[in-house]
Design a protein around this ligand. Structure first.
Ligand SMILES: *[C@@H]1O[C@H](CO)[C@@H](O)[C@H](O)[C@H]1NC(C)=O
Ligand SMILES: *[C@@H]1O[C@H](CO)[C@@H](O)[C@H](O)[C@H]1NC(C)=O
Ligand SMILES: *[C@@H]1O[C@H](CO)[C@@H](O)[C@H](O)[C@H]1NC(C)=O
Ligand SMILES: *[C@@H]1O[C@H](CO)[C@@H](O)[C@H](O)[C@H]1NC(C)=O
Ligand SMILES: *[C@@H]1O[C@H](CO)[C@@H](O)[C@H](O)[C@H]1NC(C)=O
Ligand SMILES: *[C@@H]1O[C@H](CO)[C@@H](O)[C@H](O)[C@H]1NC(C)=O
Ligand SMILES: *[C@@H]1O[C@H](CO)[C@@H](O)[C@H](O)[C@H]1NC(C)=O
Ligand SMILES: *[C@@H]1O[C@H](CO)[C@@H](O)[C@H](O)[C@H]1NC(C)=O
Ligand SMILES: *[C@@H]1O[C@H](CO)[C@@H](O)[C@H](O)[C@H]1NC(C)=O
Length: 882
């Protein structure tokens, strides 16, 4: 073998291209062993590695992101492996995955090896650190500047295996090569719940600069030479060792050297300290390589961390492997001790493999959903940097535009490809996403008909196909779902739709939205009255005979002509909400008002508009935007509110307002308290409690003195008193603010509002929006903040526009509250009343008040001390007055 190697080497030196070509064709067969996938990441072309007798491919067909680079020429000859010279790095995307599809498929045992050599490819002399995932689970962290590799022995439960590089904020991940080897399933006993991550694989008794792998090792394991403080022994014959039927197939070259205990040290003992959470597993390989006198045998016991694993009797040149059980603890050791029967023959060790256990804890997305979404990805050539790996798992890496349930296994419940140029028909793979609740394909340049199969999605409740080039008519089955109010369908902006004879009369077909609104519509006043009566009855039951003013009288109905007048014919647009435009108006008394007009093409429909009106008539709190009046002419619907001079909080925080006023730390704190008070009132001051359902910084409005009020009750819903949860029948909320538990339960409850409030706090602290958008990736503010919190770096978290003008202790406190509120699970989130108390403490810290002399909480804003304007009884007395 040694001689063969040098011949190859000479030929390589000769390097005439004709010769290389010949070598490839002659040895092409040998160089692609069955069950091998060999990828030289970043390599410009495929090539045979003649030394290894393996044919390497470029990584093109295995990944669709990242960039190629060559390592620095200063170090390019440091390692002779060709695979060390190029790499692929991933400057964008938090998870980038290679997808391997071995011919043998799932349920087989594979050795997967990823190699890394930074080689200063980027001239920054800064080796990145990052994580590797195997499928949906953490495998290992990569952090070394040397050429090194990570190996795992794995039994996949799917036909594809994904190896993902995770950006942990310590530089762009990179990879030099990726190899997969099929291994006999009878060895390395694994369940589909665990894999073995290779820590060391030693060829005991060899010098440290020898490494055996393919072709000596048919599985291409890499055996590095290593010696302990024992005597090295060496066999003269290897032929016997290589003719074995043992499935482990440890190469004869590896087995032919060993170390033997000495008279001074009559046993072999090795120990090291370990992280107590790590679980270890060993494979000891032995073969007798000394000729013992007839009738004598070497015999010994093998113990790991004082647990006896096996007793072994060796026969000449016959390999034996002992697998250990799993051990754990702060110190790990193994010892090999001669038995009495062994006589003077001391124990030996030929080779050892030491693994740590990788557990597969995350349940991958349902297979049918994975297949369907990958078909969709392929059909539309979607190559977003986040569309890699498992679509839903882990939750931090969910594909952009997807939302998933927390079922076991997780399902895809929402797909949003809005504004992505798909440029072809609606593909049928979508109908295989059976758990889909919401589908947004608006503005995606879709062509062809509206397919019937969309009606077959059993759970679909929201479908937006507007702004496409769809033609034909709406299938009856789909229209029926709309008519039955099972499905909310948006189709506007498809000019070719419904022009043919099959279509309904033009009037009806022209605007589907109109029909939807018309059917849901009635008279706002009638509904409000009805609601008021119901509510009164309920309250009366609950509270006894308490009389109130009729609700209706408090709000003045406006004629449309009046609305025109006070807005000066809709002269000044001051905003645009889900309903439509918001206009500035002035009442006769010169009081400024904001007028929300329901637009026909609005995202939120008539129902939500009415819902908002209904609620606003019932709730009154100085931290809730109050209603002045409403208009419900047959054609027009409008709500008239108090005017909030400083617009919404998002605008105040965003860069757009740079140059104008930058909210100070104290102003931010006060805004936080204002919002918490408003929310506390809704949650704890109203019976039944009211869940806002769409709390976000664009729904927090600021008046001229920067007092914050919660607005936009369109999605709010009071729930039945006995049930703390509102079962949602349609998607609600806004991405970035939506309770991560929503999809498992479909419930939005008070704790969902607390989550949204946590996100708002993070925005107040950092100045960033809930979803931070960069050139080609988006990141939730929570994910941005979390690692920095762990580093304890408050200065990097707080909005840089503040120039460090804040009290560090109050900042920490506020951050802590924000993180609690934004906990993934509802149970970890505090009630808003608790949050409010914490915020008040935070205020006291900011004001330098000691605990003992802290002011009464209601005095925080003395100029605005609490006053309940309402005489309605639906909401109890002021919670803040308690
Ligand atoms: C990487 O290793 C270096 C040196 O051992 C260490 O200082 C650094 O903290 C490590 N980085 C990570 C992210 O583990
Ligand atoms: C994992 O192994 C168990 C027991 O061997 C088997 O019942 C189960 O189906 C396997 N799971 C998968 C996803 O293959
Ligand atoms: C093993 O023995 C051979 C021949 O006797 C010798 O050339 C070689 O150096 C020895 N190897 C070791 C590791 O002692
Ligand atoms: C042990 O490993 C766990 C998980 O990798 C890590 O969180 C912990 O800090 C480690 N402990 C020690 C003592 O290194
Ligand atoms: C080997 O490890 C076990 C378990 O950690 C420990 O109890 C024992 O003392 C160790 N043996 C020696 C010789 O240190
Ligand atoms: C994906 O990438 C291919 C080639 O890089 C490009 O042609 C295609 O337009 C991209 N698709 C999308 C949806 O961005
Ligand atoms: C889909 O995404 C777009 C922008 O990414 C957003 O405007 C739209 O509201 C989303 N649709 C749904 C139903 O959430
Ligand atoms: C719809 O458009 C497709 C091309 O996009 C065309 O082939 C088809 O005939 C059209 N169908 C109708 C009913 O107009
Ligand atoms: C549907 O999509 C259109 C175009 O993107 C958008 O204007 C509209 O607001 C969406 N409707 C809903 C209800 O999300």
């Amino acid at each position: 073998m040694e001689r063969m190697g040098s011949v190859w080497f000479l030929l390589e030196l000769a390097m005439c291209s004709a010769m290389v070509g010949m070598l490839v064709s002659v040895h092409g067969q040998d160089q692609n062993p069955a069950g091998f996938i060999s990828i030289d990441c970043g390599a410009p072309n495929d090539y045979p590695d003649n030394r290894l007798r393996i044919h390497y491919k470029t990584d093109e067909e295995f990944i669709d992101s990242g960039k190629n680079a060559q390592i620095s020429t200063d170090v390019i000859y440091d390692y002779k492996q060709s695979q060390s010279k190029n790499l692929r790095f991933f400057p964008t995307g938090s998870r980038n995955c290679y997808t391997l599809r071995p011919d043998q498929g799932k349920g087989n045992t594979y050795l997967i090896r990823a190699s890394f050599y930074y080689g200063n490819y980027d001239n920054r002399n800064k080796t990145p650190a990052f994580d590797l995932h195997i499928g949906t689970d953490y495998w290992i962290t990569v952090n070394s500047s040397d050429y090194h590799y990570k190996e795992i022995i794995h039994v996949p439960t799917t036909d594809t295996i994904q190896v993902c590089l995770i950006n942990t904020g310590n530089g762009s991940p990179f990879i030099s090569s990726l190899e997969l080897r099929l291994v006999d399933s009878s060895i390395y006993q694994l369940s589909n719940l665990t894999s073995l991550s290779n820590a060391w694989r030693y060829d005991i008794g060899s010098s440290s600069d020898t490494t055996y792998r393919h072709p000596q090792d048919v599985y291409d394991r890499m055996w590095s030479g290593n010696s302990y403080d024992y005597v090295t022994i060496n066999s003269t014959s290897t032929t016997g060792l290589s003719n074995n039927n043992d499935a482990y197939k440890v190469p004869a070259e590896v087995l032919k050297t060993a170390q033997k205990a000495t008279d001074v040290n009559p046993y072999i003992y090795v120990s090291w300290s370990s992280n107590s959470t790590d679980e270890w597993c060993f494979y000891f390989h032995f073969a007798e390589i000394e000729r013992l006198p007839t009738g004598q045998r070497r015999e010994f016991t093998i113990s790991v961390s004082d647990r006896l694993m096996d007793t072994v009797t060796l026969e000449y040149l016959k390999p034996v492997t002992v697998a250990s059980q799993i051990v754990t603890g702060p110190k790990i050791n193994f010892s090999i001790d001669a038995t009495q029967q062994s006589g003077q023959h001391l124990p030996i060790l030929n080779a050892i493999e030491i693994f740590t256990i990788v557990k597969h804890l995350n349940v991958p997305t349902a297979m049918d959903d994975i297949t369907a979404i990958n078909d969709i990805k392929k059909a539309y050539s979607i190559n977003g940097s986040s569309w890699q790996g498992d679509p839903c798992v882990p939750a931090d890496f969910i594909w952009k535009g997807l939302e998933c349930s927390h079922d076991n296994p997780p399902r895809i419940v929402s797909l949003n490809l809005s504004s992505i140029p798909l440029r072809r028909e609606v593909v049928s793979s979508i109908s295989n996403l059976l758990a889909l609740v919401s589908l947004d394909l608006s503005g995606s340049q879709l062509t062809g008909p509206v397919p019937e199969f969309l009606a077959k999605l059993p759970n679909l409740k929201f479908l937006n196909l507007s702004g496409n080039k769809l033609n034909g008519s709406i299938p009856e089955s789909l229209q029926k779902k709309v008519d039955d109010q099972i499905l909310q369908l948006r189709m506007e902006g498809n000019p070719d739709l419904c022009k043919k004879g099959l279509c309904k009369p033009k009037k009806k077909g022209k605007s589907i939205l109109f029909t939807v609104i018309a059917s849901a519509s009635g008279s706002i006043v009638a509904m409000l009255m009805a609601l008021a009566i119901v509510w009164r009855i309920k309250t009366t039951k609950r509270k006894g005979a308490q009389t109130t003013q009729p609700i209706k009288s408090k709000y003045r109905p406006f004629m449309y002509s009046e609305v025109l007048k006070i807005t000066d014919n809709f002269k000044n647009v001051i905003g645009e909400g889900g309903f439509g435009k918001v206009y500035l108006g002035a009442l006769a008394s010169d009081t400024k008002v904001a007028i929300k007009l329901l637009s026909r093409t609005s995202k939120q429909g008539c129902k939500e508009f009415q819902a908002e009106a209904q609620l606003l008539m019932i709730v009154h709190h100085r931290n809730l935007v109050s209603l002045v009046g409403y208009c419900d002419d047959s054609e027009h619907m409008a709500l008239i509110y108090e005017f909030m001079a400083n617009g919404n909080l998002r605008k105040q925080l965003s860069n757009q307002s740079r140059g104008t006023h930058i909210l100070t730390w104290r102003e931010r704190l006060r805004i936080a308290i204002d919002v918490a008070q408003g929310l506390d009132y809704l949650h704890n001051g109203c019976k039944p409690p009211i869940v806002h359902r769409d709390l976000k910084t664009t729904n927090i409005l600021l008046n001229e003195s920067l007092q914050a009020k919660i607005a936009d009750f369109g999605l709010s819903k009071a729930f039945a008193a006995d049930n703390d949860t509102y079962i949602s029948t349609q998607p609600a909320g806004t991405p970035g603010y939506l309770d991560p538990e929503f999809h498992s339960s479909g419930n939005l409850n008070r704790k969902s509002d607390v989550y949204s409030f946590g996100v708002i706090l993070l925005e107040l602290i950092t100045g960033y929006p809930a979803v931070i958008k960069n050139a080609d990736e988006t990141m939730h503010v929570l994910h941005w903040v979390t690692p920095i919190v762990q580093r304890g770096d408050i200065q990097s978290i707080v909005d840089s526009q503040l120039d460090g003008e804040f009290n560090v202790n109050s900042a920490w406190k506020l951050l802590e509250v924000a993180m609690q509120c934004a906990s993934t699970t509802a149970i970890q989130r505090p009630d808003i009343s608790r949050v409010l108390a914490e915020l008040k403490e935070c205020w006291d810290i900011e004001m330098g008040l000691e605990r003992s002399q802290r002011m009464g909480s209601s005095k925080i804003r003395s100029a605005n001390s609490f006053e309940m304007t309402s005489t309605e009884i639906e909401c109890d007395s002021l919670p803040d007055a308690r």
